[in-house]
Design a protein around this ligand. Structure first.
Ligand code: R5P
Length: 300
């Protein structure tokens, strides 16, 4: 208890000074509770308003993916440059140091493997465990137009409800089935459905035509999924176009961890996302950094 002797008179009331109020920096998130906003501020950098999420959750349906065979060896050295990690609770507990102080986005749906119908997912994490793991958000795949569309949307709404009770935001991930068209019209539909049904942010793919209509018609932040491995310059150019056209960052996996120099690549992606560095300049940065001995895949 504070010492009660020599208590100073209170006097700095700042009478007449209007209350300082800073609107929360993320689109569509101003009415969220403090805990929700606090968690989102662990994922999105308040300075730029954007995020570089590193997606390493691929094993939840396809097992040991190329580049993710040893998360402890190949991914942990990349953590200083990730605003957030997207991963399963298994890898989180097994391989990620609890001292990692940035955002953790927990994969919370699953079920089928690559051997079966992928849209047949169910919720795969109890919100109590997400609380125990102190995660910043939970992620659920939504298969709009897929065989198990309604079930996957029900997964989203149940997770949103459970997350709201615990103060944990939900990321809606728009999945693309094998025979679905990847165009702006489809992604406008899928992203808007996720947001309308309560997702606090949405992950979706970049499309070269009309991506700005996808971000404009989604009332919450969109992060761009990386997709298949591209040459580094192309991946950087895609990230640049996405953030220039309204994305609040990226959630990239293979284009970072399957790069020949993952640490150089995640730093180049960060320059694009947070500083809007031009792709060619970011690629020069990548080339410079990849020859530094610090990159985890470059022999020392
Ligand atoms: C896939 O379902 C996973 O959720 C990945 O997080 C997602 O595909 C992003 O990874 P990538 O950039 O490799 O496509």
């Amino acid at each position: 208890m504070a010492d009660l002797e020599d208590v100073k008179d209170t006097r700095n009331f700042h009478v007449g000074v209007p209350e300082r109020r800073e609107p929360f920096f993320l689109k569509g998130s101003g009415a969220l509770d403090w805990g929700m906003q606090h968690r989102l501020a662990h994922i999105f950098d308040p300075a730029s308003g954007r995020t570089v999420m590193l997606a390493i959750d691929h094993g939840y349906f396809q097992g040991p993916t190329a580049g993710l065979e040893r998360v402890d060896v190949d991914i942990v050295p990349l953590l200083p440059w990730a605003n957030a990690l997207m991963l399963t609770r298994g890898i989180l507990r097994a391989n990620i140091p609890p001292s990692f102080g940035r955002g953790v986005v927990l994969r919370a749906s699953g079920g089928p493997s690559i051997l079966k119908e992928l849209s047949n997912e169910q919720l795969a994490v109890d919100v109590e465990d997400a609380v125990r793991l102190d995660v910043s958000a939970m992620a659920v795949q939504v298969f709009v137009g897929g065989e198990f569309e309604t079930q996957s949307i029900h997964n989203l709404t149940r997770l949103v409800d459970a997350g709201i009770r615990a103060g944990i935001p939900t990321l809606g991930v728009t999945a693309v089935g094998k025979n679905m068209t990847r165009d702006a019209r489809y992604f406008r539909l899928a992203c808007r459905i996720c947001a309308e049904l309560g997702a606090h942010f949405v992950k979706t793919y970049y499309v070269p035509e009309g991506f700005e209509t996808v971000t404009a018609s989604c009332p919450v932040p969109i992060v761009m999924a990386g997709g298949k491995k591209l040459p580094e310059l192309e991946a950087l150019a895609m990230a640049h176009r996405a953030v220039s056209e309204g994305a609040a960052g990226v959630d990239m996996g293979r284009n970072i961890f399957q790069s020949e120099a993952p640490a150089a690549m995640i730093r180049a992606v960060g320059a694009v996302v947070h500083q809007l560095m031009k792709p060619e300049q970011a690629h020069d940065l990548y080339q410079t950094l990849r020859h530094e001995k610090r990159d985890v895949r470059v022999a020392v």
